[in-house]
Design a protein around this ligand. Structure first.
Ligand code: PCA
Length: 210
């Protein structure tokens, strides 16, 4: 049985909930013969790498899909790549702020996600949930998390696929943000599950075997 490790984040900024984690709590432990293991990550630049490494070592997944909130987006967006850059006006939940520095001075400028991003977009739409490919995960903690994940997998677990999925606000978060797009949490959860199962199917399909 294939295992997909899914991570979501704690709330950050002005929000008291993060749909990336809230949606993961709605998923089953197993779907279509695929084990879905969930972990919650802190919104903390300097702690995500260690916690991710620990989770991958414990769970030994076949693929890792990190999920985060991207307020303002209209659909679920698999990320194409992670940039070696930290730059945000908002400090993280540990009070740490970076204003334009590399995540890893000795690392490459970027890593491409190794999960099948275009198939994920198609599968999310097929589940009835809006989706689009994103070419930038930003330069805050989510991008940093994807960068660390892909660096870890390349170095220590080269057969394990890695990727990131940004999700919009859940409906309850936009009551005080008129005009800002959102989706019901249940739809966000369905989209995440469709993406995860697509990754799992790709791991066993003939054309992706070496
Ligand atoms: N979104 C932020 C960090 C945590 C989250 O859920 C981001 O896009 O960087």
């Amino acid at each position: 049985m294939k295992t997909i490790l899914l991570t979501g984040f704690a709330p950050f900024g002005a929000d008291t909930a993060n749909p990336s984690w809230e949606a993961l709590t709605l998923l089953p432990d197993q779907a279509e013969g695929v084990r879905l293991v969930r972990r919650r990550l802190p919104v903390a630049y300097d702690r995500v790498a260690g916690l991710l490494a620990q989770a991958v070592e414990e769970v030994r997944p076949d693929a890792v899909l990190c999920v985060g909130q991207a307020g303002g987006r209209t659909g679920l967006t698999p990320e194409l790549a992670a940039l070696n850059w930290k730059d945000a006006a908002l400090p993280d939940n540990d009070g740490v702020q970076y204003g334009g520095v590399p995540i890893c001075p000795e690392g490459p400028a970027a890593y491409f996600a190794t999960v099948p991003v275009k198939e994920m977009v198609a599968a999310i739409w097929a589940a009835g949930v809006p989706a689009a490919l994103s070419c930038s995960a930003g330069t805050y903690v989510c991008n940093c998390t994807l960068y660390h994940l892909l660096r870890l997998l390349e170095a220590r677990y080269p057969t394990v696929e890695g990727g990131f999925l940004h999700v919009p606000y859940a409906c309850g978060q936009v009551l005080c943000r008129p005009g800002v797009p959102s989706l019901p949490l249940s739809m966000i959860a369905e989209g995440i599950q469709a993406a995860a199962l697509t990754i799992a199917r790709g791991l066993t399909s003939e054309e992706r075997r070496p």
